[in-house]
Design a protein around this ligand. Structure first.
Ligand SMILES: [Zn+2]
Length: 309
């Protein structure tokens, strides 16, 4: 009894002494520098810990941090912005890299904390089957097979990015009780008129075509939602709704475009074509190849569709 009492006392003293040291050593043995030692910079992992968040997704260009309700998105490229619960808060500013860790200013912690209070997470959305959208949604992944579409600055094929986003979108809409038909669900060529016919044959309530943009001017960026030149009011409502929800992805909103694309004029139902971003822009090309970002885009399009109906 007495012996174990002494052991506990010794353990407490040891912990107290360890706690007084300037540099903490994590259980893994990794040395953990306090933020001051890095000149007011903090690793994104430590920033997350200070805010009670966990790193949910990351790649070379962004981090997504989450807890039960909040979502924080931090872009780590020059002039990247950071978002709290879908709202843009500001620019990330200085970004450094050390030992494979990305560091940002400690200042962001207080900014994100007050934004988390100001923009409290939305209550979990319930998605009942939508009466106005009782028919199916046709999702059209642009290009495919012998037609690669645009080829990104990083070598990515538009047809593959479109298909990945389309598949995510299908799953998300099905989770919300909608019936989905895909014009293609593999890497195959489908004629443009056939794509529109698929929507008409299925008596679709909505046709959504997914594309990625490219131009000679590599500075062009952002997303656009196209409708035909003489669109139905429904098409415009859906386009506006998708533009609104996609603003939460961190890409730039380039507004609604009008063009008589064959798939837009050949369909009898409301029809939109989403250009999700520019493969000719190196930042956007690197974002668009990431599966986490593809899912983020699909989520925004799904939200936009559901908000419109
Ligand atoms: Zn395309």
């Amino acid at each position: 009894m007495k012996k174990s009492g002494i052991s506990i006392l010794l353990a407490v003293i040891t912990l107290a002494v360890a706690g007084c040291q300037q540099t903490q050593v994590k259980p893994s043995g990794e040395v953990f520098l306090p933020p001051a030692a890095a000149g007011g910079m903090v690793t994104i992992e430590d920033l997350a810990r200070q805010l009670g968040l966990k790193v949910a997704e990351k790649d070379s260009t962004y981090y997504t941090l989450k807890n039960s309700g909040n979502t924080v998105l931090i872009f780590t490229f020059p002039n990247g912005q950071y978002f709290v619960n879908g709202k843009v808060i500001g620019q990330v500013g200085r970004v450094e890299e050390s030992n494979g860790r990305v560091l940002v200013s400690q200042f962001l912690v207080s900014q994100i904390r007050s934004a988390m209070n100001a923009y409290a997470p939305l209550p979990p959305t319930q998605y009942p089957a939508r009466k106005n959208l009782a028919g199916c949604v046709v999702i059209d992944a642009g290009h495919g097979g012998k037609d690669p579409g645009a080829i990104g600055r990083n070598g990515a094929y538009e047809k593959s990015i479109n298909l990945a986003i389309a598949k995510n979108l299908k799953n998300l809409l099905e989770q919300r009780g909608l019936t989905v038909v895909m014009t293609r669900s593999s890497d195959r060529f489908v004629d443009l008129d056939e794509r529109a016919d698929i929507a008409n044959r299925n008596n679709a309530k909505l046709f959504v075509s997914i594309h990625s943009n490219a131009r000679d001017d590599s500075s062009m960026r952002g997303f656009t939602v196209y409708v035909s030149r003489s669109p139905s009011g429904r098409s415009e409502t859906v386009a506006e709704s998708i533009l609104r929800s996609m603003s939460g992805t961190g890409l730039e909103n380039q507004g609604m475009g009008r063009a008589d694309y064959r798939v837009l004029v050949g369909t009898r139902c409301p029809a939109v074509l989403v250009e999700v971003g520019y493969l000719s822009n190196s930042h956007e090309a690197s974002l668009l190849i990431g599966s986490g970002f593809q899912n983020r885009i699909a989520q925004a399009i799904a939200d936009g569709i559901c908000d419109a109906f």
